[in-house]
Design a binder for this molecule. Structure first.
Ligand code: ZN
Length: 208
Protein backbone atom coordinates (compact mmCIF):
# COMPACT_ATOMS: atom_id res chain seq x y z
CA UNK A 1 0.00 0.00 0.00
CA UNK A 2 1.26 3.43 -0.92
CA UNK A 3 0.11 5.82 1.81
CA UNK A 4 1.10 9.47 1.96
CA UNK A 5 -0.28 11.62 4.76
CA UNK A 6 -0.12 15.33 4.09
CA UNK A 7 -1.33 17.92 6.63
CA UNK A 8 -3.13 20.57 4.53
CA UNK A 9 -4.47 24.07 5.07
CA UNK A 10 -4.42 26.37 8.11
CA UNK A 11 -6.00 23.69 10.34
CA UNK A 12 -3.55 21.02 9.11
CA UNK A 13 -6.14 18.43 8.17
CA UNK A 14 -4.46 15.06 7.47
CA UNK A 15 -5.08 14.36 3.79
CA UNK A 16 -4.41 10.70 2.89
CA UNK A 17 -3.33 9.59 -0.56
CA UNK A 18 -3.71 5.82 -0.71
CA UNK A 19 -2.61 3.81 -3.72
CA UNK A 20 -2.34 0.19 -4.81
CA UNK A 21 1.29 -0.55 -5.65
CA UNK A 22 0.60 -2.84 -8.61
CA UNK A 23 -2.26 -1.11 -10.45
CA UNK A 24 -1.42 2.43 -9.20
CA UNK A 25 -5.12 3.06 -8.67
CA UNK A 26 -5.69 5.43 -5.78
CA UNK A 27 -8.12 7.28 -3.56
CA UNK A 28 -7.61 10.64 -1.89
CA UNK A 29 -9.26 11.19 1.47
CA UNK A 30 -10.01 14.69 2.81
CA UNK A 31 -8.27 16.99 0.31
CA UNK A 32 -9.07 20.08 2.40
CA UNK A 33 -6.55 22.46 0.83
CA UNK A 34 -3.08 22.69 -0.78
CA UNK A 35 -4.20 20.76 -3.84
CA UNK A 36 -0.96 21.51 -5.75
CA UNK A 37 0.96 19.62 -3.03
CA UNK A 38 -1.57 16.77 -3.09
CA UNK A 39 -1.16 16.55 -6.88
CA UNK A 40 2.61 16.56 -6.45
CA UNK A 41 2.36 13.38 -4.33
CA UNK A 42 -0.08 11.80 -6.79
CA UNK A 43 2.42 12.43 -9.59
CA UNK A 44 5.40 11.29 -7.52
CA UNK A 45 3.84 7.80 -7.37
CA UNK A 46 2.25 7.98 -10.87
CA UNK A 47 -1.16 7.31 -9.29
CA UNK A 48 -4.52 7.39 -11.00
CA UNK A 49 -7.13 8.77 -8.58
CA UNK A 50 -10.38 6.77 -8.77
CA UNK A 51 -12.26 8.50 -5.96
CA UNK A 52 -12.17 11.48 -3.64
CA UNK A 53 -13.56 10.48 -0.25
CA UNK A 54 -14.68 13.00 2.38
CA UNK A 55 -14.89 11.82 6.02
CA UNK A 56 -17.20 14.74 6.87
CA UNK A 57 -18.27 18.05 5.37
CA UNK A 58 -16.21 20.48 7.43
CA UNK A 59 -14.40 22.99 5.28
CA UNK A 60 -10.91 21.96 6.37
CA UNK A 61 -11.62 18.43 5.04
CA UNK A 62 -13.63 19.20 1.90
CA UNK A 63 -12.34 22.65 0.83
CA UNK A 64 -10.09 21.41 -2.01
CA UNK A 65 -12.32 18.61 -3.29
CA UNK A 66 -13.68 20.44 -6.34
CA UNK A 67 -10.19 21.52 -7.42
CA UNK A 68 -8.94 17.95 -7.12
CA UNK A 69 -11.99 16.65 -9.00
CA UNK A 70 -11.30 19.11 -11.82
CA UNK A 71 -7.69 17.95 -11.97
CA UNK A 72 -8.31 14.19 -11.79
CA UNK A 73 -11.87 13.62 -13.02
CA UNK A 74 -12.49 11.44 -9.95
CA UNK A 75 -15.92 11.51 -8.26
CA UNK A 76 -16.50 13.05 -4.81
CA UNK A 77 -18.04 10.67 -2.22
CA UNK A 78 -19.69 11.79 1.01
CA UNK A 79 -22.36 10.56 3.43
CA UNK A 80 -25.71 12.18 2.71
CA UNK A 81 -26.26 13.13 6.36
CA UNK A 82 -23.66 15.88 5.84
CA UNK A 83 -25.41 17.47 2.84
CA UNK A 84 -26.79 20.22 5.11
CA UNK A 85 -23.28 21.15 6.27
CA UNK A 86 -22.08 21.28 2.66
CA UNK A 87 -24.68 23.93 1.93
CA UNK A 88 -23.19 26.21 4.61
CA UNK A 89 -19.52 26.13 3.60
CA UNK A 90 -19.43 29.93 3.47
CA UNK A 91 -20.60 30.09 7.11
CA UNK A 92 -17.99 27.50 8.03
CA UNK A 93 -15.33 29.52 6.21
CA UNK A 94 -16.18 32.53 8.37
CA UNK A 95 -15.77 30.43 11.56
CA UNK A 96 -12.18 29.57 10.70
CA UNK A 97 -11.28 32.75 8.80
CA UNK A 98 -10.84 31.01 5.45
CA UNK A 99 -12.05 32.12 2.05
CA UNK A 100 -15.26 30.26 1.13
CA UNK A 101 -14.69 27.60 -1.54
CA UNK A 102 -16.92 27.22 -4.55
CA UNK A 103 -19.99 25.05 -4.02
CA UNK A 104 -19.03 21.40 -3.52
CA UNK A 105 -20.95 18.89 -5.60
CA UNK A 106 -21.45 15.29 -4.52
CA UNK A 107 -21.13 12.60 -7.15
CA UNK A 108 -21.88 9.57 -5.01
CA UNK A 109 -23.40 9.01 -1.56
CA UNK A 110 -21.36 7.00 0.94
CA UNK A 111 -23.27 4.67 3.25
CA UNK A 112 -22.56 2.27 6.10
CA UNK A 113 -21.06 -0.96 4.79
CA UNK A 114 -20.04 0.41 1.38
CA UNK A 115 -16.80 -1.05 0.04
CA UNK A 116 -14.41 1.31 -1.71
CA UNK A 117 -11.73 -0.16 -3.95
CA UNK A 118 -8.51 1.08 -5.48
CA UNK A 119 -6.85 -1.82 -7.32
CA UNK A 120 -6.48 -4.64 -4.78
CA UNK A 121 -7.07 -2.33 -1.82
CA UNK A 122 -10.44 -2.40 -0.15
CA UNK A 123 -11.91 -0.17 2.56
CA UNK A 124 -15.21 -0.56 4.40
CA UNK A 125 -17.20 2.51 5.29
CA UNK A 126 -18.21 2.81 8.95
CA UNK A 127 -20.90 5.44 9.54
CA UNK A 128 -19.79 7.06 12.81
CA UNK A 129 -22.07 10.05 13.57
CA UNK A 130 -21.26 12.41 16.43
CA UNK A 131 -18.66 14.96 15.28
CA UNK A 132 -21.12 15.52 12.43
CA UNK A 133 -24.22 13.54 11.50
CA UNK A 134 -22.58 12.23 8.32
CA UNK A 135 -19.10 11.44 9.69
CA UNK A 136 -17.57 8.24 8.33
CA UNK A 137 -14.38 6.27 8.95
CA UNK A 138 -12.61 4.10 6.35
CA UNK A 139 -11.33 0.74 7.56
CA UNK A 140 -8.78 -1.22 5.50
CA UNK A 141 -9.02 -4.68 7.11
CA UNK A 142 -6.08 -6.26 5.23
CA UNK A 143 -3.77 -3.45 6.36
CA UNK A 144 -5.44 -3.04 9.77
CA UNK A 145 -5.69 0.69 9.18
CA UNK A 146 -8.43 3.17 10.06
CA UNK A 147 -8.81 6.61 8.53
CA UNK A 148 -10.80 8.15 11.37
CA UNK A 149 -11.63 11.68 10.23
CA UNK A 150 -12.43 13.84 13.25
CA UNK A 151 -14.10 11.02 15.22
CA UNK A 152 -10.95 9.89 17.09
CA UNK A 153 -7.63 11.62 17.77
CA UNK A 154 -4.53 10.52 19.68
CA UNK A 155 -5.60 11.22 23.27
CA UNK A 156 -8.84 12.96 22.32
CA UNK A 157 -12.07 12.78 20.33
CA UNK A 158 -13.84 15.07 17.88
CA UNK A 159 -15.61 18.16 19.14
CA UNK A 160 -19.39 17.94 19.26
CA UNK A 161 -20.34 21.58 19.92
CA UNK A 162 -20.69 22.58 16.24
CA UNK A 163 -24.02 22.31 14.36
CA UNK A 164 -24.87 18.64 13.78
CA UNK A 165 -22.60 17.46 16.59
CA UNK A 166 -23.73 15.10 19.37
CA UNK A 167 -21.64 13.93 22.31
CA UNK A 168 -23.97 10.98 22.88
CA UNK A 169 -23.67 9.89 19.27
CA UNK A 170 -19.88 10.18 19.09
CA UNK A 171 -19.52 8.12 22.26
CA UNK A 172 -21.80 5.46 20.87
CA UNK A 173 -19.93 5.46 17.52
CA UNK A 174 -16.60 5.15 19.33
CA UNK A 175 -17.66 2.34 21.66
CA UNK A 176 -19.78 0.34 19.23
CA UNK A 177 -17.85 0.79 15.98
CA UNK A 178 -14.35 2.14 16.44
CA UNK A 179 -13.32 0.25 19.59
CA UNK A 180 -14.71 -2.93 18.02
CA UNK A 181 -11.62 -2.95 15.77
CA UNK A 182 -8.50 -4.93 16.71
CA UNK A 183 -6.00 -3.30 19.10
CA UNK A 184 -3.19 -3.32 16.52
CA UNK A 185 -5.24 -1.20 14.08
CA UNK A 186 -3.31 1.92 13.08
CA UNK A 187 -5.46 5.03 13.38
CA UNK A 188 -4.90 8.01 11.08
CA UNK A 189 -6.89 10.84 12.70
CA UNK A 190 -8.17 13.90 10.88
CA UNK A 191 -5.56 16.04 12.64
CA UNK A 192 -2.35 15.35 14.54
CA UNK A 193 -0.24 12.22 15.07
CA UNK A 194 -1.11 8.59 14.30
CA UNK A 195 -2.11 6.21 17.07
CA UNK A 196 -3.53 2.70 17.49
CA UNK A 197 -6.87 1.39 18.72
CA UNK A 198 -5.06 -0.38 21.59
CA UNK A 199 -3.32 2.79 22.78
CA UNK A 200 -6.56 4.78 22.69
CA UNK A 201 -8.51 2.00 24.41
CA UNK A 202 -5.93 2.06 27.18
CA UNK A 203 -5.16 5.74 27.65
CA UNK A 204 -7.62 8.05 25.87
CA UNK A 205 -9.31 9.96 28.72
CA UNK A 206 -12.63 9.98 26.82
CA UNK A 207 -12.63 6.20 26.39
CA UNK A 208 -11.26 4.75 29.60
ZN1 ZN B 1 -14.36 18.40 11.51
Amino acid sequence: MIHEILPVGPLQCNCSIIGDESTLQAMVIDPGDDIADVQGLIQKHSLQVKQIVITHAHIDHVGGAMKLRAATGAPILINENDYALLKMLDVQAAWVGMAGPAKVEIDQALAEGDKLRAGALEASILHTPGHTEGSVCLYFPAQRKLIAGDTLFAGSIGRTDLPGGSFQKIMSSLHQRVLALPDETIVVPGHGPLTTIGDERESNPFLT
